[in-house]
Design a protein around this ligand. Structure first.
Ligand SMILES: [Zn+2]
Length: 253
C-alpha cells in the first residue's frame, strides 16, 4: 500500500489552514496514485464523484456548479489518517444529492461510456453474476462482428426504481399506462439484478438474432432493449414474449 512520506504529511499539516487549494492538489495527486484499488473500496467517494461529474438523461436536476467537487478519499483503514475526509464532508455530499432529488451511480444510474465489462459501476457490478457472464460473452461475440454493446441500464436501487416509476406516472398520465413501461421496486427485474437494457439499435438487432445462443432473451415486445437470462434458450430458443410488462405474471405481485 502506498504511504505518504512523513515530510509531505508534516508540510501538508502546517499549511493546511492557509493553503487548502494546495492540500486538495496533494489529495488529488495521491488519489490518482492510489488508483483504482482505492476507488473500488469506496462506493461513496466514487458515487459522489460521478454524481457531480455526470448526469444521465433520467436525471432531473442539473449539476450544482457553485460548489466545486471535492476530491474525496476512501475512509478505509489503509488510507493515511491525514487524508480521510470528515464524516461531515460525506454527509454534506449525501444531503447535496438528496436536495437535488438526484440519484448517483451507487443507485444504479449509468454514467456515460460504461460497458458491460465495467466492474466498478454498481449498475453493472450488481447484476446477477450468471446474467453478467452471459452478457459479456455475447458482447465479445458481437464485438467480433463490429457491434458494440452500450449499457443503458442494469441493476437499480429500489429508491432509483421508485423515482423512475414516479416519473413514468407523470409522463404517461396514469399508473396503468406507466405500468406498461416501468415496474415497481418490488417487481422490477432490474432491482433484483436480473435485467439489462442494452443499446444501441445495432446491438439490440444483434441480440435479437444471436442472444438465445447465449441464453439471453428479449422478454417484452415493447422493450427491444430489455434482456434477461433464460438458460434453456440455448437449446430451445427464447420463450414467447409478453406484449408488455403488464402481461408478465411477475408484475402481479
Ligand atoms: Zn429493462
Amino acid at each position: 500500500m502506498t504511504r505518504i512520506p512523513p515530510s509531505v504529511r508534516i508540510t501538508t499539516h502546517r499549511i493546511h489552514q492557509l493553503r487548502v487549494v494546495g492540500l486538495m492538489v496533494v489529495i488529488a495527486a495521491i488519489t490518482a496514485a492510489l488508483g483504482y484499488q482505492l476507488l473500488k473500496s469506496s462506493s461513496v467517494s466514487s458515487a459522489s464523484t460521478v454524481a457531480s461529474a455526470s448526469f444521465s438523461p433520467h436525471s432531473s436536476g442539473a449539476p450544482h456548479t457553485s460548489v466545486a467537487p471535492t476530491p474525496s478519499v476512501a475512509p478505509s483503514s489503509s488510507a493515511p489518517a491525514a487524508l480521510r475526509p470528515s464524516h461531515r464532508e460525506h454527509r454534506e455530499h449525501r444531503e447535496h444529492r438528496e436536495y437535488q432529488g438526484a440519484h448517483g451511480a451507487a443507485d444504479g444510474v449509468v454514467p456515460d461510456g460504461v460497458t458491460v465489462f465495467d466492474d466498478k459501476t454498481p449498475a453493472v457490478a450488481n447484476l446477477d453474476p450468471a446474467l453478467l457472464k452471459a452478457v459479456r460473452r455475447a458482447a465479445t461475440g458481437a464485438h467480433g462482428t463490429g457491434v458494440e454493446f452500450r449499457v443503458n441500464s442494469g441493476w437499480r436501487s429500489p429508491a432509483y426504481q421508485n423515482r423512475l416509476l414516479r416519473e413514468a406516472i407523470s409522463r404517461y398520465g396514469s399508473e396503468d399506462e406507466a405500468a406498461r413501461w416501468v415496474a415497481t421496486a418490488t417487481t422490477s427485474p432490474h432491482v433484483s439484478g436480473d435485467a439489462i437494457d442494452v443499446g444501441g439499435s445495432d446491438a439490440t438487432a444483434w441480440l435479437s438474432e444471436h442472444g438465445a445462443e447465449y441464453g439471453l432473451c428479449q422478454i417484452y415486445r415493447n422493450e427491444p432493449w430489455h434482456y434477461e437470462l433464460r438458460t434453456k434458450a440455448i437449446e430451445r430458443g427464447c420463450p414467447r414474449m409478453y406484449a408488455d410488462p403488464t402481461q408478465d405474471p411477475r408484475m402481479q405481485r
